[in-house]
Design a protein around this ligand. Structure first.
Ligand code: ATP
Ligand code: MG
Ligand code: MG
Length: 424
């Protein structure tokens, strides 16, 4: 992809925007771009530089992302803390063409890496609560203040934020300035731990990789302690985000996080993000994705996905099941799936206890939080604003006080009675 129209090849030390940004190391990449850690010589800070591929459709996509990010950045700063900030943008010409570049605030590892780091065992419930709170404040801000639907919420698209001042952290001293890795924050430390671990693992040649997540022949008694990590995070990747009044794609969301109305093509709104959010919360708590549909003999991935949903959540109301443009592909006129006839009902509460060994009370409270978000009828799902008021988030003093006051919803009086809580 490093050819005309594709990625721009970057070397450490390369300068951008007339020398203002200096490339340090690659942070990641996606289908559209490579993302580099860069030093901003104007502000003396590290930033993430997202360099888009140069072909016309990628330029188009970048301009859209810049549009969304700029409008988000215009909001009240206290409420925008839980979505990534766009700092600057410019064009950069290289051998492969002209590349749109976005300068974003530099963030840490994704939640996927955090879950991997914890060996897909699921994070402690108080961590799950903290993360859920951050994501919900971010979503509430996007939905209510900007009318924006993210449409691609998943673990990769929520990045950790360091709460330690890099300048004061001793780990950073003694690192050469140009290749400097920002080890000074927790996330950098987590990253390097993973890398060390991976190298060790490679040396030991643990060959047994069954293809299943979390089955990589772990040594016993080597639990990582993530208790010390103060977990804060932000929502990123607005390449697929849209304004609710101008949706532009029919098929949105990454498969496993896709809401039923999207599969059925019955139209969508903010509530698709709430569905994905519930999938994220489950995955954080258990280490497993909530739904992992597969193509089977005689049925499609879509139909399997609908079947998995109904095995967990019960039968889809006929009205919802038949409301989409694709409903007839999957459901007969009674509202039963055409090709998958026998469903094994395993309700969330039981699943959490039996497979994930949650205590009865944890399982019960967590399912009461999740089930309304997984309502088949999109309009019945609580909004991010309502969800923030849910008692599960308030529990056990797990949420730091400063965070409680950060949400604008604190100012709005939404009583518990307004919540659409269904007892699971
Ligand atoms: P996709 O194919 O997912 O749409 P993309 O080309 O739009 O990819 P992003 O998902 O925005 O790119 O970024 C690619 C990767 O770069 C991310 O997964 C993450 O690892 C890293 N990254 C992105 N933004 C930041 C940031 N602000 N701080 C640190 N790392 C980041
Ligand atoms: Mg991405
Ligand atoms: Mg993207």
């Amino acid at each position: 992809s490093y050819r005309k129209g594709g990625y721009h090849a970057v070397r450490v030390g390369d300068q951008f925007a007339g020398g203002r940004y200096i490339a340090q190391r690659k942070l990641g990449w996606g289908q559209f771009s490579t993302v580099w850690l860069a030093f901003d010589t104007t502000n003396d800070t590290y930033v993430a530089l997202k360099i888009q591929k140069s072909a016309a459709q990628f330029v188009q996509a970048a301009l859209h992302e810049i549009d969304v990010l700029s409008s988000i950045a215009d909001g009240a700063p206290s409420n925008s803390k839980f979505v990534v900030q766009l700092i600057d943008h410019f064009k950069h010409t290289g051998p492969n063409g002209q590349h749109q570049c976005m300068v974003l605030e530099f963030l840490g590892d994704s939640l996927l890496r955090l879950v991997r780091y914890n060996r897909y065992k699921g994070l402690p419930m108080n961590k799950v609560r903290e993360i859920c709170q951050c994501i919900l404040i971010g979503l509430d801000y996007l939905h209510r203040e900007h009318g924006i639907i993210h449409t691609d919420l998943k673990l990769e698209n929520v990045l950790l934020v360091s709460t330690i001042d890099p300048a004061k952290d001793p780990v950073r001293s003694g690192v050469s300035p140009i290749l400097e890795r920002p080890e000074g924050n927790i996330n950098g430390a987590v990253t390097s731990l993973i890398e060390k671990k991976l190298k060790r693992r490679a040396r030991r040649a643990v060959a047994k990789i069954s293809g299943q997540r979390g089955s990589m022949g772990e040594a016993p008694n080597s639990d990582r302690n993530i208790d010390g990590i103060d977990v804060r995070c932000k929502v990123v990747d607005f390449g697929n985000a849209c304004w609710a009044d101008k949706p532009f794609a029919e098929e949105i969301q990454t498969r496993q996080y896709r809401a039923p109305e999207v599969i059925l093509q019955a139209g969508y709104s903010f509530s698709v993000d709430m569905w994905s959010f519930a999938c994220i919360a489950f995955e954080l708590a258990t280490g497993d994705m909530l739904f992992t549909p597969k193509v089977g003999q005689g049925f499609s991935e879509d139909e399997d996905h609908l079947a998995l949903m109904m095995e967990l959540l019960g039968k889809m109301p006929r009205k919802v099941a038949t409301a989409g443009m694709k409903s007839k592909d999957f459901f007969d006129r009674h509202g039963d799936l055409k090709r998958i006839r026998r469903l094994k009902f395993w309700p969330l509460n039981k699943l959490l206890i039996e497979r994930y060994k949650l205590s009865e009370s944890d399982a019960h409270e967590f399912s009461e939080f999740l089930l309304p978000l997984l309502d088949f009828a999109p309009e019945k799902r609580p909004t991010a604003e309502q969800c923030l008021q849910h008692p599960w988030l308030m529990e056990k003093d797990s949420v730091p006080d400063e965070m409680r006051n950060e949400s604008s919803v604190e100012k709005v009086d939404v009583g518990i009675s307004n919540l659409k809580i269904k007892v699971g």
